[in-house]
Design a protein around this ligand. Structure first.
Ligand code: B16
Ligand code: MG
Length: 215
């Protein structure tokens, strides 16, 4: 029986994915390269360190450890310039309503995000009070596709993985959920986001009640 929902943040609750794409692209161009929207799918849900490693691979740039650190900070500065504009109205279609409905039904709610900026983003959207637990890039050693972020989320809710549904928009995140033993709802389409148990384009296409009946 499902008793808990584990939400990815970027691409499920709020569209910060476009901000990440813009900031990483700006960085790739500074390195004399670029990457496509299709390549960007490989960055979704992936930690800041691993994202920069991929971009260096794609651009062919070689840099020192100090430069690596400085570039991660620069990307985050550019990203935060975009995030600062976020407000309560910037949820993805139906996401905020879905969270309120789940809360009203007594479902445990945890965040399972790779982002170190997750608490700031939830705060800007006035969503912090809805979460029983927040597991993010500051609390894990292993990034997605490792299941650590979701296993810690289930544990924080006092639930077994099989009692939880993960909501994910990234290839790495779906892999993390499935290898952690959770049911996974993909936010996106199966051609891009294979491996989930069920798909919607946005949380607004379903409701907690409908999901609990279906699964
Ligand atoms: P930050 P999620 C992930 O968030 C993003 O999808 C990914 O693009 C980003 O690199 C990662 O967070 C780290 O974010 O640089 O803010 O720490 O989808 O797991 O909520
Ligand atoms: Mg995501």
């Amino acid at each position: 029986m499902v008793k808990g929902f584990l939400f990815d943040l970027d691409g499920v609750i709020v569209d910060t994915a476009v901000f990440h794409f813009q900031a990483w692209r700006r960085l790739a161009q500074k390195l004399g390269g670029d990457f496509t929207e299709a390549q960007n799918e490989q960055l979704k849900g992936v930690s800041r360190v691993d994202s920069l490693k991929k971009i260096l691979e794609w651009t062919g740039a070689t840099i020192s450890d100090e430069e690596f650190q400085a570039l991660m900070e620069l990307k985050n500065e550019w990203y935060l310039e975009l995030v600062i504009q976020l407000s309560a109205k910037d949820g993805l279609p139906g996401a905020v309503d879905f969270l309120h409905q789940a809360k009203a039904q007594g479902i445990g709610i945890a965040l399972g995000s790779a982002s170190k900026n997750a608490p700031l983003i939830l705060d800007k959207m006035n969503l912090l009070p809805l979460f029983d637990a927040i597991i993010d890039g500051n609390n894990v050693v292993n990034g997605k596709p490792h299941p650590e972020v979701f296993l810690k989320g289930a544990e924080a809710l006092g639930l077994a993985p099989a009692e939880c549904i993960v909501f994910e928009d990234s290839i790495a995140g779906v892999q993390a959920a499935k290898s952690g033993g959770m049911t996974c709802v993909g936010i996106g389409t199966p051609d891009i986001l294979g491996g989930a148990d069920l798909y919607f384009n946005a949380l607004g296409e379903t409701s907690p009640e409908e999901l609990l009946r279906a699964l």
